[in-house]
Design a protein around this ligand. Structure first.
Ligand SMILES: Cc1cc2nc3c(=O)[nH]c(=O)nc-3n(C[C@H](O)[C@H](O)[C@H](O)COP(=O)(O)OP(=O)(O)OC[C@H]3O[C@@H](n4cnc5c(N)ncnc54)[C@H](O)[C@@H]3O)c2cc1C
Length: 529
């Protein structure tokens, strides 16, 4: 197949794609076989001409492909993206810990190849998780083992379900096609703003679990990894605690996909001497504007009801060396109560597929690096915890989050009441100055960053916008060192993967890491003829 770029109106039809190809290239309509949209990005730079920039791949006969490629104009090869790992030939059943995107997809690939993986997840199934999350968001009753971070589907289940994929490769396409197969809309295969919403995600996650089980895999919930056994630098097994019962398991291959919030797992890794290093992350607050206001800022007069709620991505680099950036934007979504430890407050964002809520929110984060928390490998975790606990201590101790109006924050005041934009954090908010729980270098940088954002997107500094915090669990503050074979540098057979291990950030990249790790394991034991 060969690919080319085309521009299309927002109400394009399939026939328009072929028209654009034949207008731009010396090919006729009858020569073109199957057409695939590879990438579609909404271009809003010129508000009078909002359109899609698209990359499309299409089939031609091989000699016509060659002649077109020789022109070296506007066309290039679209490589084969087939994902086909070898069938399983493992000495023991592989064990996967953590049913977030990384663990679920690793288990799915292993199951599809016949390896019959065993998956342990400390939280509950999506069906049961729902009520635990609701108890927290309505009554402030936090279950430290099952919450917005922990449980089937991992941290991504209660999210906007943004499936940011970037340039396609065979692993991402495998991930996205599985999402579609299990219930996601088809446009996630190519849309740069693809999302499925929290409502669809839970069905998709359940369907993937059922597929793993139907292929001979096992899935255990409320099963927390409490020990990893190593002998002579080889992984030999481990232990999980399930409903008070201790279960030992033996395996040659243990995939650790436990996410960035499982501090106890980092301790386990430290006990077995797995090398790790501290890494930077982001700290800040969630900003909320009225959804329709953001739609107008981004789209101008274009029809938001057809384009979907608008999103933005803003970044600035300050002279101090810090970056300030918007993160995990949730158009038409709500601010999530994302704590997983008692006595700490954490915010994040989520939305439903329709993205039709009153507000649009995004995290506004300031980059922090290991220089900000110099100490041992866990000092980034200590910084996160201290902020989360301070936020809890200065509010009423009921998981109500500290919040400020944007204009009050800019003036360092907390005495201005909310008007116009109602903070959507579900447990409720209290007016508190951000300096009371965030380091000053974070609040100062945020102010400068917000001024830059307003210069680029005039009107972003909407005085009645609200800021709710703290947002601390943005990515893993620790990297578990591994080789190109996905294995820990010191323990043969131990595979630290996904966001917690420091190799991904987001649903698609974490799932992709899981797919690649499963393939590496299958390749390792591949039968040679
Ligand atoms: C509210 C929210 C919204 C988000 N929105 C988006 C979004 O729209 N798009 C996007 O791309 N990303 C989003 N993210 C980030 C995304 O969810 C993560 O990047 C992704 O889930 C990381 O995948 P993972 O599999 O590496 O880890 P996780 O998803 O964190 O999964 C780890 C799993 O391991 C389990 N576990 C931990 N310790 C143990 C143990 N000892 N024993 C057994 N199991 C254990 C946990 O319970 C958890 O289920 C969001 C995150 C949150 C919290």
């Amino acid at each position: 197949m060969i690919k080319t770029n085309v521009k299309l109106p927002t109400d394009y039809s399939e026939a328009d794609i072929i028209d654009r190809i034949t207008a731009a290239l010396p090919v006729s309509r009858d020569e073109i076989g199957e057409v695939t949209v590879v990438r579609r990005t909404l271009n809003v730079k010129d508000k009078e001409n909002v359109h899609y920039d698209m990359t499309v791949a299409f089939c031609l006969s091989s000699d016509r492909e060659e002649s077109l490629l020789k022109l070296r104009k506007r066309v290039s090869v679209y490589p084969d993206m087939t994902f086909a790992p070898p069938p399983a030939c493992l000495p023991s059943r592989p064990v996967v810990v953590g049913a977030g995107p990384a663990g679920l997809f690793a288990a799915l690939i292993l199951a599809e190849s016949g390896a019959r993986p065993v998956l342990y997840e400390r939280g509950l199934s999506v069906e049961e998780r729902e009520s635990r999350v609701r108890l927290f968001t309505t009554l402030g009753m936090l279950d430290p083992e099952c919450n917005i971070q922990y449980g089937e589907g991992g941290a991504g289940t209660y999210s906007d379900g943004k499936l940011k994929a970037g340039a396609p490769d065979k692993y991402k396409l495998k991930v996205l096609s599985e999402f579609v197969h299990h219930g996601a809309p088809e446009d996630i295969m190519y849309s740069s703003s693809a999302h499925v919403g929290t409502d669809k995600l839970s069905h998709i996650v359940r369907s993937i679990r059922e597929r793993i089980i139907s292929l001979g895999g096992e899935v255990h919930f409320a099963a927390r990894l409490i020990a990893i056994d190593v002998s002579d630098k080889r992984l030999v097994g481990g232990r999980v605690e399930k409903n008070g019962e201790i279960i030992d398991f033996s395996t040659n291959d243990l995939i650790l996909a436990t996410g960035h919030s499982a501090k106890d797992v980092f301790e386990l890794l430290s006990q077995i001497g797995a090398p790790m290093e501290a890494r930077g992350f982001g700290i800040g607050m969630r900003i909320e504007h009225p959804r329709e206001y953001i739609d107008r800022l981004i789209y101008g007069n274009a029809d938001a009801s057809r384009l979907g709620a608008a999103s933005y991505h803003l970044v600035t680099h300050l002279p101090t060396g810090r970056s300030v950036y918007s993160f995990c934007m949730c158009p038409g979504g709500t601010v999530a109560a994302a704590a997983s430890e008692r006595g700490g407050i954490v915010t994040n964002g989520m939305s439903e597929y329709k993205r039709d809520g009153e507000n649009s929110n995004a995290a506004i984060l300031v980059s922090v690096t290991p220089d900000d928390f110099s100490g041992d490998v866990f000092s980034g975790i200590a910084l996160q915890r201290s902020i989360e606990r301070r936020a809890f201590a200065i509010t009423s101790g009921t998981y109500r989050a500290p919040a400020q109006r944007l204009d009050a924050f800019m003036k360092g005041r907390a005495d201005v009441s909310f008007a116009g934009v109602k903070p959507s954090y579900p447990i409720g908010v209290e007016r508190v100055k951000a300096e009371k729980y965030l380091p000053e270098y974070v609040t100062d940088s945020m102010r400068l960053g917000l001024l830059d954002f307003d210069a680029w997107l005039p009107g972003f500094m909407y005085p009645e916008a609200t800021l709710t915090g703290p947002e601390t669990r943005t990515t893993s503050p620790v990297r578990v060192l591994r080789g190109e074979d996905f294995m820990s540098l010191t323990v043969n057979g131990l595979y630290p993967i996904g966001e917690g291990a420091g190799y991904s950030g987001g649903i698609v990249s974490s799932a992709r890491d899981g797919v690649m790790c499963a393939e590496a394991i299958l390749e390792k034991y591949k039968k040679t003829p």
